[in-house]
Design a protein around this ligand. Structure first.
Ligand code: ATR
Length: 285
């Protein structure tokens, strides 16, 4: 059989279901072009029932791809099926980046990296705080908590509508992580220097609760992992109340960096050109 990699340019994918709204192709194709690399990056719609076969094909090297991204709803299965999931992916409980190396399928999760890199770029001193509040306890919250713990934030307080899910995360991530029900929000915001929304509240202009951010430290940063709309209702309220805000678009852009480097061999740059390309696409849809 022909070795596809000798015949075709290097190819990577993003697999999800549905996949139509993924911005990953815009990001990676921009980098391929700006780095002058003759590679390809494609969006592939893979139904949940077909995902195991897709991964088996990738593992058996009968696929054209050297690796790729996986997104909703495949991140947990990708972790389970990888031969070599790294520690970060295991801690988060989901993988979003896969690559083949020496006949094995490796997996990592770059969401925590993207979250940290975005804040580092936008508010370099953001991590000089002792207390952070995380709103939400879903998959996205796991990556955020992992990132905050890695950065050594002293106390991480998770608030969730379903307090049992927050408690699961506190049990999973250990001592510095505390679970609270939604009613405790005002109390636990006192003295916090960082507030992160990881829920879908306000996404696509849906309703979001009114939040009084005044218990936070006056220099606190409020950030949202949702980036559609860019200025989410939570960010808008925080800004109107005089707080520094960081939108979630940078997390999306930065989380793509390690994958591109693995597949195509160059570390790409997140800059304003890329940001405006993605923003333009968001305006169109
Ligand atoms: P993701 O993987 O994107 O984080 P998820 O696992 O479905 O998605 O989690 C969504 C988060 O948003 C959860 O914390 C969810 O709260 P519950 O655990 O109580 O479901 C939160 N969320 C979604 N809609 C919400 C709403 N209307 N009010 C409060 N929290 C909401």
């Amino acid at each position: 059989m022909l070795d596809s990699r000798e015949t075709f340019p290097t190819q990577a994918f993003v697999a999800g279901y549905p996949i139509g709204h993924s911005r990953s192709p815009i990001i990676h194709r921009h980098w391929l072009k700006s780095c002058g690399i003759e590679g390809q990056y494609s969006a592939v719609e893979v139904e949940p029932s077909a995902f195991a076969e897709f991964i088996e094909k990738l593992k058996s090297q009968t696929s054209f791809y050297v690796g790729g991204n996986v997104t909703i709803p495949h991140k947990e299965t990708a972790l389970k099926m990888a031969d070599r999931p790294d520690e970060t992916a295991q801690e988060i409980g989901a993988a979003n980046t896969l690559w083949r190396e020496e006949g094995r399928l490796y997996a990592t999760n770059t969401d925590a990296y993207g979250f940290l890199a975005n804040l580092d770029e936008r508010r370099p001193d953001w991590d000089k705080v002792d207390r952070a509040v995380v709103l939400g306890a879903g998959g996205a919250a796991r990556a955020v908590i992992q990132a905050l713990r890695e950065r050594g934030i002293g106390e991480i307080h998770v608030v969730n509508r379903t307090v049992e899910r927050a408690q699961e995360l506190a049990d999973r991530f250990g001592m510095n992580v505390h679970a609270h029900r939604s009613g405790a929000l005002v109390e636990i915001m006192k003295g916090a220097g960082l507030f992160i929304n990881t829920t879908s509240l306000g996404m696509d202009d849906s309703e979001a609760p009114v939040i009084d951010f005044s218990p936070l430290l006056s220099k606190a940063v409020v950030t949202d992992i949702v980036y559609v709309p860019l200025m989410t209702p939570i960010l808008r309220q925080a800004k109107e109340q005089g707080f520094e805000t960081v939108d979630g678009l940078g997390m999306l852009l930065h989380q793509a960096v390690p994958g591109f480097e693995k597949w195509f061999g160059r570390r790409p740059v997140v800059d304003e050109v890329l940001r405006s390309l993605v923003l333009k696409d968001m305006d169109r849809h």
